[in-house]
Design a protein around this ligand. Structure first.
Ligand SMILES: *[C@@H]1O[C@H](CO)[C@@H](O)[C@H](O)[C@H]1NC(C)=O
Ligand SMILES: *[C@@H]1O[C@H](CO)[C@@H](O)[C@H](O)[C@H]1NC(C)=O
Ligand SMILES: *[C@@H]1O[C@H](CO)[C@@H](O)[C@H](O)[C@H]1NC(C)=O
Ligand SMILES: *[C@@H]1O[C@H](CO)[C@@H](O)[C@H](O)[C@H]1NC(C)=O
Ligand SMILES: *[C@@H]1O[C@H](CO)[C@@H](O)[C@H](O)[C@H]1NC(C)=O
Length: 431
C-alpha cells in the first residue's frame, strides 16, 4: 500500500528537481601552466557545455559554485551560443587569447550573456515568479571564468542551473539586453584625471523598432560592469529618470541590483543613456584603452527583463571622434594635455548606434546589427566630481566621538548656566 505512494512521490521529486552543473573541468583546474602562460596578471578560462535537453527547458534560477570561496575569481559569465553545431572547447579565452579558441566558438559563443556574476555578488538567484529563461534544445553554453593571477588548485568552479519541471512553462520568458559599448570601441581615458565621463546610448529608434507600439518590458534586475578605474555608473531613461546610480562603483563588489515590484518599465518612447565615470588619478604616464583586461576599461549594463523581445540582445553605441589623433598614447602626458583631451573627448557628439543581434549572416563577416549615426551631447548630463576618501573608519569614529563630546559638554554647560540664571530669577522673584 505504501510502496506505490512512495514511488509516486519519488518520481514527483525527480520531475521537480531538474538541474545541471556546469563546471570548469578538473584537468583545467589542475593545470597551473595556464597561470604562467598568460602574460598579464589576469586571464580567462572557458569551457563549452552542451545541455542534453531534447525539449525546451526554462531556467528558474541558479547557484554559483565556489566562486567566492576563492579570491582568485574576478567574474564568471555564462554565454549561450548562437549556433547548434556541436562545438568543443576548454581552455584559455578572452580577447588576448582569441587565437587559442576555434573561431566558430569565439564568433558564436561570446555575445549572448545569460548569467553574469562578479566577486561579491549574490550566489543564489531565483527569477521572478512566473518567469523563466528559455534554454533551447541541445543548448550550448560557454562558461567563462576570469581569474586574477592564478587558478585555485583542485576547486570546482561553475554554475548550478535549476530548471522548471518539463511539463510546466512559465508565463513570461526572460530576456537580457546588453547596453554600453563594444569591448573594442574607442574608449580612451587620459591619465591624471579625477573624473572622465563616458556616455553610451540605446537610441530611441532602436527601442521603437524592437518594442513597437505599446509594448512594455519590465526590468527586474540590472548588472553594471566596468573595471578598476570606474567610480560611478548611471543608467538614465530619457535623461531624467534614473534607473540606477551605482555610486561609488566598486570593482570588487559587482553584483546584480534587484528591483522590487512594481518593476521599472521601458517602452518605445524611451531612450537609455548609460554613463560611466572614471578616475585616472593614479595613472601618470599611460592612458587607458577599452578592453577585457582588468587594467583596460569597459562600460556595460545588463538589463534582465520580461517578456522577452526576439533578436534584441544588444543595444550599444560607439563614440565616433572626428579627430582620430586624440587616442594617441605615445605622448608625454601632462595635466594640461590630459585636460584638453578630456575636453575634446567629452564634447564629442557623434555616436554610432548598434542594436539587434550579433549573429553572423551565413558564412560572411556581416552581422544583423542595425547601424546608424546619431548626435547627442553631454550638455544635459550632470557634471560630477569624484572625491576619494582616504581616511579609515577609525578616523570617523574619533570625529563622531569628539562631536558627541562637544555637544554633551555644550548641553551640560548650558544646563548649569540655565539653573544658575533660573536660581537667580527665582530668588529675585521671591524677594
Ligand atoms: C596545460 O595547459 C597548457 C596550455 O597552457 C597545455 O599546453 C598543456 O597541454 C596542458 N596540460 C595538460 C596536462 O592538460
Ligand atoms: C581534489 O579534490 C577531491 C575532492 O574535492 C579529492 O578527492 C582529491 O584527492 C583532490 N585531488 C588532489 C590531487 O588534491
Ligand atoms: C512610456 O514611458 C514614458 C516615460 O517613461 C511614460 O511617460 C509613458 O506613460 C509610457 N507609456 C506606456 C504606454 O507605458
Ligand atoms: C542563410 O542560409 C539559409 C539556408 O542556407 C537561408 O535559408 C537563409 O535565408 C540565409 N540567411 C541569410 C540572411 O542570407
Ligand atoms: C572575414 O574577416 C577576416 C578577417 O577579419 C577575413 O580574413 C575573411 O576573409 C573575411 N571573410 C569574409 C567571408 O568576408
Amino acid at each position: 500500500m505504501f510502496l506505490p505512494i512512495h514511488l509516486i512521490s519519488i518520481s514527483f521529486l525527480f520531475k521537480y528537481v531538474l538541474s545541471e552543473d556546469i563546471l570548469l573541468p578538473s584537468f583545467i583546474m589542475n593545470n597551473q601552466s595556464f597561470s604562467t602562460s598568460s602574460s598579464s596578471s589576469s586571464f580567462y578560462l572557458c569551457h563549452l557545455h552542451q545541455l542534453k535537453n531534447s525539449k525546451d527547458f526554462f531556467l528558474q534560477g541558479y547557484n554559483i559554485i565556489n566562486g567566492e570561496n576563492t579570491g582568485n575569481v574576478h567574474h564568471l559569465l555564462l554565454y549561450e551560443c548562437s549556433i547548434k553545431d556541436n562545438l568543443i572547447y576548454s581552455g584559455l579565452c578572452g580577447m588576448y587569447n582569441a587565437h587559442f579558441m576555434p573561431s566558430s566558438v569565439y564568433h558564436h559563443c561570446q555575445t549572448r550573456i545569460i548569467i553574469a556574476w562578479a566577486q561579491g555578488g549574490q550566489l543564489n538567484y531565483n527569477y521572478p515568479t512566473d518567469t523563466g529563461l528559455k534554454m533551447n534544445t541541445y543548448t550550448q553554453l560557454l562558461l567563462e571564468v576570469h581569474f586574477e593571477s592564478s587558478i585555485p588548485y583542485n576547486h570546482s568552479i561553475g554554475i548550478h542551473l535549476r530548471f522548471y519541471p518539463l511539463d510546466k512553462k512559465p508565463k513570461y520568458e526572460i530576456g537580457i539586453l546588453t547596453l554600453g559599448t563594444l569591448v573594442h570601441s574607442s574608449l580612451f581615458l587620459p591619465p591624471r584625471l579625477n573624473t572622465i565621463r563616458f556616455p553610451t546610448y540605446c537610441f530611441n529608434d532602436c527601442l521603437k523598432y524592437f518594442l513597437k507600439n505599446q509594448f512594455v518590458i519590465n526590468i527586474f534586475s540590472i548588472l553594471v560592469h566596468a573595471h578598476r578605474r570606474a567610480t560611478r555608473i548611471i543608467l538614465e531613461n530619457n535623461n531624467f529618470n534614473r534607473l540606477i546610480d551605482q555610486n561609488p562603483f566598486k570593482y570588487h563588489q559587482q553584483e546584480n541590483i534587484y528591483f522590487k515590484k512594481p518593476y521599472p518599465q521601458i517602452n518605445s518612447t524611451n531612450e537609455l543613456t548609460l554613463i560611466c565615470y572614471y578616475s585616472t588619478r593614479y595613472d601618470y604616464s599611460q592612458a587607458i584603452y577599452g578592453g577585457y583586461n582588468s587594467n583596460d576599461e569597459m562600460c556595460q549594463a545588463f538589463l534582465y527583463y520580461y517578456p522577452k523581445i526576439e533578436s534584441f540582445p544588444l543595444c550599444l553605441s560607439l563614440p565616433v571622434y572626428k579627430n582620430k589623433h586624440l587616442l594617441n598614447n605615445k605622448q608625454k602626458w601632462t595635466n594640461k594635455l590630459s585636460l584638453s583631451i578630456k575636453y575634446e573627448l567629452e564634447s564629442n557628439i557623434n555616436h554610432l548606434s548598434l542594436c539587434g543581434d550579433n549573429i553572423y549572416i551565413n558564412n560572411s563577416n556581416q552581422t544583423i546589427f542595425h547601424k546608424k549615426f546619431y548626435q547627442r551631447s553631454m550638455q544635459n548630463i550632470p557634471q560630477y566630481s569624484y572625491t576619494y576618501v582616504h581616511f579609515s573608519s577609525f578616523f570617523y569614529v574619533i570625529i563622531i566621538f569628539l562631536l558627541i563630546s562637544t555637544i554633551y559638554c555644550y548641553l551640560l554647560a548650558k544646563k548649569h548656566l540655565h539653573s544658575f540664571s533660573n536660581g537667580g530669577t527665582l530668588s529675585s522673584s521671591t524677594n
